[in-house]
Design a protein around this ligand. Structure first.
Ligand SMILES: Nc1ncnc2c1ncn2[C@@H]1O[C@H](COP(=O)(O)OP(=O)(O)OP(=O)(O)O)[C@@H](O)[C@H]1O
Length: 640
């Protein structure tokens, strides 16, 4: 081996050590994936070189035949994966092969449970990349030289995958990266030619560059009749299909190939849930291959998380994570886009303000929504799995994408009083199909949780009348409902807001009984208003309650409680919000209240009812101590 100069030892970043440890102990049942990861990195390195060489083709150094070569040395027990891609400088080696550069990594590791079965799933979602080499090797040597650097700027990286690694400078004639795995004693199967070939065809057929293996020379032999059978010289034989998968005809691609390709571009271990592969011809020409993953990535909620599609222009890789082609509410989509119209020298800046970008984005968005619609229609069970993983992200859609609002609304799923479960599986169309005769609106309630929504006092009248109400208990729901006023011509109406007009659903007889009840205790409204003063907008009678004595209701144009909480959580100043205080004239406590003559006791009583209503609506009180004091005063007066 060549001389190594300027050798230094570095410690791995803590997370790398954790990853290595976990991987070796939890991925043993799926060892062969290390080869997929390393070949995948080699193909990425070829893509990056091609892109850089668009501006400077001297980077090819007269070797433009980009490929990956696998070779084994049975005696030494090693397997080497060599590429002639972009290579790495010394600094890049230290950075890339000593740390994990993903945002949210620390967080991710803090979530691991120590249970290897569960953790191996998570590790899969995280992606193991280069470090997977240590699943089968107890020593790894990387020798690399960045394209365009002089031959004495080669770098050698060595590690046993424990606490540290060494780097030093070497002479390296050829550009690119060569990774030698010293196979563990029980992993020598990976030095077997056939085993390697079968792994490559399983995982790496779709890689766009050739993966080659050395075919040993065959000596000249003699046939049974003494004739000479000519020998064959040794050669590098291509063992994968080596055509970019998305350029092939759909009908020729198997599900397995699509699945493997997904794993290559997404670095996900799990199979995708579904995909759509489309070639668009005409004014704008492009191919898109879009996947819906089956599991949410660990950093789905991290706002800095990189997302977007892999962008190719005329089959040349341009960039990863081109977020311009996917709206944020579809950030879970993985895939690629190959455009014939964008210029090869396109940059993120150019993409931002570009007509073609917009057309492509609209096209891709449409495809994804179609794919989801189809799944919802043809396989409700699968769609439910999708919804459970990504539903809350999709709920950002109506606010972000006005033009597709109706389509997105059709894909939403909610919990509802129709089912006795928190599962979000009711679509707006389902709801409409069950609407009562005379019902014009879609009713919903938002709260802190499903449980709180389910027990909201606002639901009482709806239960009595058998009218379905959608129950929303997620943070995002309030935001969603701010931007979704209508579906299929029907208005969506919060039952905790404004006057409740059930229109034709109120029958004459009930109305009469209500008016009668109100008459009996007429004076109570004015008295309550005086007692509460500035605390309320108004005091009214209500018929939305059957079991509770009172409730508070947001003004028609005012802010709902959930909106207030959202703003508070986002650290924004929240204006003081006043409510309508509504009394149930048929409730025993309200009837008793009307009979209280002493104004101090009346005030005390009214405040307790108001605070109770506020507590049910908001989940907490600004001044709980006064509430408790008032309540105790009231109890004491009753005991007298
Ligand atoms: N063969 C290679 N040639 C050039 N650079 C490489 C090669 N292999 C790895 N790298 C560099 O090392 C980095 C880390 O690789 P690693 O496989 O750990 O992660 P990744 O490919 O970025 O993502 P993932 O962990 O999701 O696979 C890569 O992003 C790349 O910059």
């Amino acid at each position: 081996m060549a001389d190594v100069a300027h050798q230094e030892t570095h410690g791995f970043q803590t997370e790398v050590k954790q990853l290595l440890h976990l991987m070796i102990h939890s991925l043993y049942s799926n060892k062969e994936i290390f080869l997929r990861e390393l070949v995948s990195n080699a193909a990425d390195a070829a893509d990056k070189l091609r892109f850089k060489a668009l501006e400077n083709d001297s980077l090819y150094e007269n070797d433009g035949d980009l490929c990956v070569k696998l070779s084994v040395d049975k005696d030494a027990g090693t397997l080497t994966i060599a590429d002639n891609g972009i290579g790495m400088t010394r600094d890049e080696v230290i950075e890339n092969l000593g740390t994990i550069a993903k945002s949210g990594t620390k967080d991710f590791f803090s979530k691991l449970s120590g249970d290897s079965a569960k953790d191996s799933q998570l590790i899969g979602q995280f992606g193991v990349g280069f470090y997977s080499a240590f699943i089968v090797a107890d020593k790894v040597v990387v020798r690399t030289r960045a394209a365009g650097q002089p031959t004495d700027q080669g770098v050698e990286w060595t590690s046993a995958g424990e606490g540290d690694f060494t780097v030093g400078n070497i002479d390296k004639e050829t550009r690119g990266t060569e990774i030698t795995l010293f196979l563990r004693d029980d992993e020598k199967e990976f030095a077997d030619d056939w085993r390697l070939r079968s792994i490559i065809s399983k995982y790496s057929d779709h890689i766009s560059i050739p993966v080659r293996m050395w075919k040993a020379p065959v000596e000249e032999t003699e046939g049974p009749d003494g004739e000479k059978i000519p020998g064959q010289p040794g050669e590098w034989e291509t063992v994968n299909k080596a055509t970019a998968l998305w350029t092939r005809d759909k009908s020729e691609i198997t599900d397995e190939e699509y699945t493997e390709f997904y794993k290559h571009i997404s670095h996900d271990f799990a199979d995708p849930m579904t995909w759509a592969h489309n070639k668009v011809e005409g004014k704008t020409e492009y191919t898109s291959l879009l996947y819906i993953p089956s599991k949410a990535p660990f950093d789905l909620w991290n706002r800095e998380q990189s997302h977007g599609l892999k962008l190719y222009v005329q089959r040349v890789f341009i960039m990863d994570d081109a977020e311009q082609f996917m709206p944020t509410y579809l950030r879970f989509v993985k895939g690629l886009l190959d455009s014939n119209d964008l210029p090869l020298n396109v940059s993120r800046e150019i993409l931002q303000d570009n007509k073609i970008t917009q057309t492509l984005r609209q096209g891709c968005t449409k495809r994804v929504l179609q794919m989801l619609e189809r799944m919802a229609k043809n396989d409700a069970e699968k769609y439910q799995l999708f919804w459970n993983e990504f539903g809350n992200v999709l709920k950002e859609g109506p606010a972000e994408d006005f033009s597709n609002r109706e389509k997105i609304a059709g894909l939403l799923r909610f919990a509802s009083t129709h089912n006795d479960s928190s599962t979000q599986n009711v679509s707006l169309a389902d709801y409409i199909s069950r609407m009562k005769e005379g019902q014009e609106k879609i009713y919903y309630v938002t709260a802190d949780s499903y449980q709180a929504a389910k027990n909201s006092p606002h639901l009482e009248i709806f239960k009595k009348k058998g009218i379905e109400v959608l129950l929303m208990g997620e943070r995002i729901d309030e935001w969603l409902m701010q931007h979704l006023n209508e579906f299929d011509g029907k208005q969506l109406h919060s039952i905790a807001r404004g006057d409740l007009d059930l229109g034709d659903l109120d029958d004459e007889e009930t109305k009469k009984a209500q008016e009668e009840a109100e008459k009996q205790i007429e004076g109570v409204l004015e008295r309550a208003k005086t007692a509460l003063g500035e605390k309320v907008l108004d005091v009214k009678f209500t018929h939305r309650l059957t079991e509770s004595p009172a409730c508070i209701v947001a003004d028609d144009n005012g802010m709902t409680t959930q909106m207030m909480k959202l703003m508070e959580a986002a650290g924004q100043p929240v204006p003081e919000v006043k409510y309508h205080f509504e009394l149930n004239p048929e409730h025993q406590l309200v009837k008793l209240l009307a009979d209280v003559q002493d104004e101090t006791l009346f005030k005390n009583w009214t405040e307790v009812l108001f605070d109770q209503a506020a507590l049910s609506e908001q989940g907490s009180l600004k001044d709980p101590a006064t509430f408790v004091k008032n309540l105790n005063g009231l109890l004491a007066s009753l005991a007298k």
